[in-house]
Design a binder for this molecule. Structure first.
Ligand code: 8Y4
Length: 266
């Protein structure tokens, strides 16, 4: 899953992608580099970022989603928590809802149920503006797991079947470095839900803290983190650097049991 930010305050693109043509060009690059999904987001979840109205968010993402769905052979994902944006995005051709609030906003459960597209449920402690101030856990792996289990139950009660759900531990969303590392080390625990696992580690603060690398220099650390996640069962990795990630995951595939074309000589 390649990241496409359509936000003027976006950390990764410095606002350079606000022009629709630039956004489409970047999406094209992500696909050429091997993305199967493009995740289109119109609201920054960065601490201190300004909230955006549903109308503003739709104005940013809907035209891009429409163009991507028409032109590219890729699943378009909409990164939103707002029911109105979910509806317009799916109407425009989005095939996946990526919700960092895990459908906890008012009317989001019923909206997603009616839309009949898959939904990624992500764990977040707190709210984007303040979540990094003092996140506290007794057992982060268990608490994230139990939160996701509860959201899966809520979805199923709302008519969203397991065949339409993905889960995500939400790296960096109300988590300190130690929490993120514990979650990455324990990622395989989430396999017990028998749902596809999505992870977003790309260029995040934890990669910066581990490597000392600046935001735009984190492709290697991010690809290593993606490798560790996929090795433990992640099905989808949300990344900025698709080519680097593909290269690393190709090496993993070459040595994994099912895809190795294993030959037993002698
Ligand atoms: C540098 C680069 C610093 C990126 C911060 C960030 C996830 C997600 C985001 C995730 C799912 C981000 C929309 C935050 N992260 N969706 N979205 N999982 N499912 N921060 O981990 O990329 S945005």
């Amino acid at each position: 899953m390649g990241v496409l930010n359509i936000t003027p305050d976006s950390f990764s693109d410095g606002g350079a992608l606000l022009a629709p043509e630039a956004a489409l060009a970047h999406a094209q690059t992500l696909c050429e580099e091997g993305a199967d999904i493009v995740d289109v987001g119109g609201e920054s979840t960065r601490p201190g970022a300004l909230a955006v109205s549903a109308q503003e968010e739709m104005d940013r993402v809907v035209p891009i989603i429409e163009a991507l769905a028409a032109r590219l052979d890729v699943v378009v994902s909409v990164d939103t928590s707002k029911p109105q944006v979910m509806r317009e995005a799916v109407r425009a051709g989005a095939g996946l809802i990526n919700d960092v609030y895990a459908l906890r906003q008012a009317d989001a459960l019923s909206a997603a149920a009616a839309l009949q597209v898959p939904v990624c449920l992500m764990h977040m402690q707190g709210e984007p503006g303040t979540m990094q101030r003092n996140p506290v856990y007794t057992d982060v792996v268990r608490e994230v797991d139990e939160f996701l289990a509860a959201r899966v139950r809520a979805c199923q009660q709302a008519g969203i079947g397991a065949d339409r759900l993905l889960i995500d531990p939400g790296f960096g969303f109300g988590k300190l470095l130690a929490h993120n590392i514990a979650l990455l080390k324990g990622l395989r625990n989430l396999m017990r839900h028998h749902l596809p696992i999505l992870v977003g580690l790309s260029r995040k603060g934890m990669i910066g803290q581990i490597t000392g690398a600046a935001m735009n220099e984190r492709a290697y650390g991010s690809a290593a983190a993606a490798l560790l996640a996929v090795q433990q069962g992640a099905s989808i990795v949300r990344v900025h650097d698709v080519r680097a990630t593909r290269q690393v995951l190709a090496v993993l595939a070459a040595v994994s049991e099912e895809q190795s074309g294993e030959q037993h000589f002698g």
